[in-house]
Design a protein around this ligand. Structure first.
Ligand code: NAP
Length: 292
């Protein structure tokens, strides 16, 4: 049973922050929800849509009565957000986040939060390519993983409250260390986004009056995530640099194998590479498809 949240402040009232607000509202566990952001029109829309009760453009002023704060901004903005709340955050408030990379956010929390042991890092593995409060929906997290990356200093009571919060959203909550998170998510989330952006750019630059004219379902499926927020993905790429660089190297190696096989007309190698990939993808879908 989750302890009620008296005053939840959500810094970054976009797809993820807004969806957490809607899920907690549906469960009736948050008495007051204040949204914080940069653009007035997004916050006004969030009130109109019933996502939040009220809003502020001032992070420091917004958190003075908070017992729970969710930071849901592009990851590179986390440090300035923590800095802005440091002087006015109540000592017993619990802070969590939704950032897609964890080590950089934890370093920022340790540097700027007055009580970093009450910060419980989180990453819900759910999303869409859309942004802003208008895209938020309460079911976003249902049956999806939410990874918490506490460390040895994380306060046990804060961890319990954050665990309960994400569970109420419908997430399957799991804990792991931040380095493992960053390495694994670089492979299955960050790398596919880089590949989608690169593929669209390769076609865009390929010449002709309209290089996209005959693109069909396969192109649409593969590149859906290239419609994601450029600001958010710039931040993820920069904040998970070491792990993502290694995964990009691995992808370049694989593309090199295919390039040589295509160029050299190596039938056996092409069949082997495609068959292994299909087998791996099919067994992943069989094992985990229900949770997608
Ligand atoms: P989003 O829809 O673009 O929302 C981000 C919000 O952050 C916007 O409302 C923006 O406000 C606000 N913001 C940006 N910089 C800020 C700052 N310096 N101070 C205060 N507010 C600021 O993005 P999102 O998809 O919800 O992503 C939020 C976080 O969740 C990111 O860290 C992302 O890595 C993570 N995440 C995303 C997904 C996904 O699929 N989208 C999945 C899991 C985790 P304005 O609109 O007013 O500018």
């Amino acid at each position: 049973m989750m302890q009620d949240i008296e005053h939840l402040v959500i810094i970054g009232t976009g797809l993820i922050g807004g969806s957490v607000a809607l899920a907690l509202r549906k469960a009736g566990v948050a008495k007051r929800i204040t949204g914080v952001g940069r653009r007035l029109e997004n916050l006004q829309l969030a009130v109109k849509l019933g996502v939040i009760d009220d809003y502020s453009l001032d992070i420091g002023a917004a958190v003075t009565q908070a017992d729970m704060v969710l930071v849901s901004v592009p990851v590179a903005a986390s440090a300035s957000v923590f800095q802005a709340m440091a002087a006015t955050l109540p000592a017993n408030a619990v802070v969590t986040d939704a950032g897609s990379s964890k080590q950089s956010v934890m370093a920022a929390a340790n540097q700027y939060l007055p009580n970093p042991n009450r910060f419980v890092p989180a990453h819900p593995i759910a999303g869409t390519e859309e942004s802003g409060a208008a895209a938020a929906f309460s079911e976003l997290f249902e049956a999806h993983w939410c990874i918490l990356t506490p460390d040895l200093h994380t306060d046990a009571e804060a961890l319990e409250r954050v665990h309960a919060l994400w569970t109420v959203t419908g997430s399957k909550v799991i804990e792991m260390d931040a380095a493992t998170h960053d390495e694994q998510l670089a492979a299955v989330s960050h790398l596919p986004h880089m590949a989608a952006f690169a593929l669209v750019n390769a076609v865009r630059k390929s010449g002709g009056a309209d290089p996209f004219q005959f693109a069909a379902g396969g192109f649409r499926d593969f590149t859906r995530i290239a419609s994601s927020s450029p600001e958010m993905w710039r931040d993820i790429a920069l904040c998970n640099r070491p792990a993502l660089t290694l995964k990009l190297d691995a992808l370049i190696t694989e593309l090199g194998v295919l390039r040589r096989a295509v160029d050299g007309g190596d039938t056996d190698l092409l069949l082997k590479e495609f068959s292994q990939a299909r087998k791996a993808r099919d067994s992943w879908l069989l094992k985990h498809g229900d949770a997608l």
